[in-house]
Design a protein around this ligand. Structure first.
Ligand code: URA
Length: 271
């Protein structure tokens, strides 16, 4: 690789690490050309990496674990004060305990009918949701809308949210600590919306809320239970995430089977 290519690679890597994985503009432009023209000619020389000892690493891990514990505690305390969805939304928007907020454009809180009987929960906002501040508005959202409609419901009748209100950079899988920090907000959202049925979209959402490590293929389509901190037991079903179905079209029939079970449950529990 010549020096110019190295500079471009360095710069693109830097952007990706910071969570910038797409370009936006009002006018179309040739991205490579723009980047090449503005890229520094020579990759900046980085200072030599300081040597870390085992005890430095242990200290860093302990500090990180403590920071996560503190952030979870803080999130739980804040949540217990929220008496309405609007109050909770404001608390989430002002919460600084999760580093994902630093790389996200918008806080993507739940949306839809706050008195809904059915609540859908995904993993985390994607690029479109991060840009618009609304859950499930991109390609996955379009497919989810179609499935909801096909199952006889309307999007504005249900409530839709995510485990995480901020997009992980480059759509990476959220870490255990990010999930743990954001979970109290999701749990309080469930209590405040007070649905009769929960539908978990994808393995990450199911593992987070049901606090297990089971694969989505094993869990999907079965009725399980989620108990709120107030003791209410809510029937919950996990199914495939719409993004997975967009990549694996052959699996679409399975989500349809799951939604037929959901329709049956709606008749039993709600009507
Ligand atoms: N995927 C999710 O899990 N949530 C969204 O809001 C969009 C895509």
């Amino acid at each position: 690789m010549n020096e110019e290519n190295l500079s471009v690679t360095y710069l693109l890597d830097w952007y990706l690490t910071a969570g910038v994985d797409e370009t936006l503009g009002d006018e179309p432009f040739v991205a490579e050309k723009t980047v090449v023209e503005t890229a520094p000619k020579i990759a900046p020389k980085l200072p030599p990496k300081p040597q870390t000892t085992e005890s430095d690493e242990r200290k860093a891990i302990t500090e990180l674990a403590q920071a996560t514990i503190d952030a979870c505690k803080n999130a739980r305390e804040l949540c217990s004060n929220a008496q309405s969805i609007d109050e909770l939304r404001t608390l989430v928007e002002n919460f600084d305990g999760c580093a994902l907020k630093l790389t996200a454009n918008k806080t993507v809180f739940g949306g839809g009918n706050t008195n809904a009987k059915i609540m859908f929960i995904g993993e985390a906002p994607g690029a479109d949701e991060d840009r618009m501040g609304v859950p499930f508005v991109g390609r996955s959202g379009n497919l989810l809308d179609k499935i909801i409609t096909a199952a006889g419901m309307k999007r504005d009748e249900v409530y839709i949210t995510n485990v995480l209100p901020w997009r992980p950079p480059g759509n990476r899988t959220p870490t255990t600590s990010e999930v743990a920090i954001c979970l109290p907000f999701l749990k309080r959202q469930i209590e405040l919306v007070n649905p009769e049925i929960l539908v978990l979209l994808g393995g990450s959402a199911a593992n987070a809320l049901l606090e297990n490590e089971e694969s989505i293929s094993k869990m999907r389509g079965k009725w399980m239970e989620y108990k709120t901190s107030k003791g209410k037991v809510i029937p919950v079903m996990a199914t495939f995430h719409p993004a997975y179905l967009l990549r694996n079209v052959g699996q679409k029939a399975k989500i349809w089977v799951d939604f037929l079970r959901l329709k049956k449950k709606i008749l039993e529990v709600i009507h």
